[in-house]
Unconditional design. Structure first.
Length: 249
């Protein structure tokens, strides 16, 4: 079985690759952008099966299909909420919510094997893009956190950053408080307004209005200092520096 992974989060791509390896499936290649995927499809024979993330570093993955007639079967990998899952289901073999569960992955592989001889792509790209566009305009403007037996609502504009620590996710506010939240950083990517928030690394999402200083760092990276947060260094990973500068305007 020839398999390709298209996923902009390299740790997530490597994890999926390991899960597939454990099932005896060796991915041909891992691609991380719309542009890179389009180039690869033009230059290579299409695989039997494609694991496709929805949001890539340079746009929605559906833009690939506007340039190339992809002949592979698709399994979507996504952190999107259930509003979009029906559309993904109608246009693919299956969808897998991140973080990907091993049993669900195995079930999706079995489903593909059972129908691969009769499967044909039937993408309604306009339908899916319109659905995503509609829902992406509804970014969260507040988060509800639990403090003991109480619930507290925190406006998004008062949040300096979101960060992960010990497999948990926290938000940090301008009044120097951290609160545990249920969302993962991957899920936040589709809930935060990209005009205001940027994911600079595997660990941090930053609010542009909370940035106090940006300093050149080793290996072509950048170090960011926020107005209040000072628990640890915030480093923009090297592969995100170009997009980070573009985001800053």
């Amino acid at each position: 079985m020839k398999v390709v992974i298209i996923e902009d989060e390299k740790p997530a791509a490597r994890r999926l690759g390991r899960l597939l390896n454990n099932m005896g499936i060796q991915p041909l290649v891992m691609l991380h952008s719309v542009e890179g995927a389009i180039k690869w499809f033009y230059e290579n024979e299409h695989p039997d099966l494609l694991f496709l993330d929805i949001q890539l570093s340079d746009g929605l993955s559906f833009e690939i299909f506007e340039e190339v007639e992809v002949k592979s079967a698709i399994i979507f990998t996504t952190a999107y909420d259930e509003y979009a899952l029906k559309a993904f289901k109608l246009n693919s073999i299956d969808y897998l919510l991140k973080p990907i569960d091993t049993d669900e992955l195995a079930q999706a592989i079995r489903k593909f094997k059972n129908i691969k001889d009769t499967y044909t792509n039937s993408f309604d790209i306009a339908q899916i893009k319109n659905l995503l566009k509609t829902n992406q305009s509804e970014y969260k403007n507040r988060f509800t956190v639990k403090i003991g037996v109480h619930l507290k609502m925190i406006p998004t504009e008062s949040i300096e950053c979101f960060y992960s620590e010990n497999k948990s996710t926290y938000l940090f506010t301008s009044d120097n408080r951290s609160y545990l939240i249920d969302d993962t950083l991957e899920q936040l990517e589709h809930k935060l307004n990209p005009q205001s928030f940027f994911r600079v690394s595997r660990k941090y999402f930053l609010n542009i209005n909370a940035i106090k200083d940006i300093i050149s760092y080793s290996n072509s990276r950048l170090k960011v200092q926020l107005n209040t947060y000072a628990d640890s260094e915030i480093i923009v990973s090297r592969e995100r520096v170009k997009d980070f500068k573009k985001w800053l305007g």
